[in-house]
Design a protein around this ligand. Structure first.
Ligand code: GLU
Ligand code: ZN
Length: 297
């Protein structure tokens, strides 16, 4: 069965950029008579903002989203991530790393798509005792390629473009890359529709799926909304929180952003009328084929 999901991180209330991802994943699931799950990605507890998870769920309700089943919280699923890690460890893919950020910065000269490429110091040299350990996965230099329903074919060489990445941090927390892959598999998610800021993470996630023997879901990455300065709208760029008071207008705006060309007549329609229009006319193929799109007001 088609199973989609929306997986917000509770680091603040939803803003327009997160609404776009929620709308696209929701409409695509509805179009396929599928399930739509909500998963709270609170694996990184120190980054969580108190109360944000509840705020997000209320905002989703106020916008008229209806999710299937109970909301899943990553913070309660460490056993699932530990099992996945064990399985990777049994394949000798995992090794401990005691390097500090500074040591990596001093020893690595290669910059990848997501920061420094880890120079494999701890793989090649014995451990310093008593140091806090992160766990990394070995990446090989095979080509990792997939076809995104919106962005087309994406190819990455993990070893040279990303490097051996962390699955469990030195502070004991599981990394997003591992948690998201274990959760999507455990929840039998078949279709992932999310923001294109995660496009570069997808080859890492597919690599983990392959190592773990999981099926790779279908991917569609919608453009992220950027401000006039070209920065992604996020809690960091202080994007304003959604205002549920004019949810109908914001939904209309999200549909426009997603290339759906909603007719001007529904601009002032009620929220349920805008949803009705969207359920009828939603076409993923209309979404702009770009990673980022300037938000005009
Ligand atoms: N929790 C992630 C975020 O809010 C999204 C993860 C995903 O959709 O895979 O950026
Ligand atoms: Zn190291």
């Amino acid at each position: 069965m088609y199973t989609g999901r929306f997986a917000p991180s509770p680091t603040g209330p939803l803003h327009f950029g997160s609404l776009v991802a929620a709308v696209a994943s929701y409409l695509e699931a509805k179009k396929h008579q599928g399930r739509w799950l909500v998963r709270m990605e609170d694996v990184d507890k120190p980054r969580e903002v108190k109360g944000a998870a509840d705020t997000i769920l209320h905002q989703l309700e106020d916008f008229g989203f209806e999710w299937d089943g109970a909301v899943v919280y990553q913070s309660q699923r460490n056993d699932i991530y530990a099992t996945a890690l064990k399985q990777l460890n049994a394949q000798q893919l995992i090794y401990p790393c005691t390097c500090t950020r500074k040591e990596i910065a001093d020893s690595s000269h290669q910059i990848g798509i997501d920061g420094m490429i880890y120079p494999r110091t701890c793989l090649n040299h014995p451990l310093k005792s008593n140091a806090a350990m992160a766990l990394r996965i070995r990446t090989d230099n095979r080509e990792c390629s997939f076809t995104d329903a919106i962005q087309g074919t994406i190819t990455q060489y993990l070893a040279t473009q990303v490097g051996d990445f962390i699955l469990k941090r030195a502070d004991g927390l599981f990394a997003y890359q591992l948690a998201v892959v274990a959760d999507d598999a455990q929840q039998e998610v078949t279709h992932i529709v999310r923001g294109a800021d995660l496009l570069d993470s997808t080859p890492r996630q597919i690599y983990l799926q392959q190592c773990l023997g999981y099926q790779t879901p279908h991917y569609a990455h919608v453009p992220v909304a950027s401000n006039a300065a070209g920065e992604k709208l996020s809690k960091q760029t202080l994007a304003s929180a959604l205002d549920e008071a004019n949810a109908n207008y914001q939904l209309f705006h999200a549909l426009s952003f997603l290339g759906q060309n909603p007719p001007a007549e529904i601009k002032n329609a009620t929220l349920s009328e805008v949803w009705r229009w969207a359920f009828t006319y939603w076409q993923l193929s209309q979404a702009p084929k770009t990673r980022s799109l300037h938000l005009s007001d």
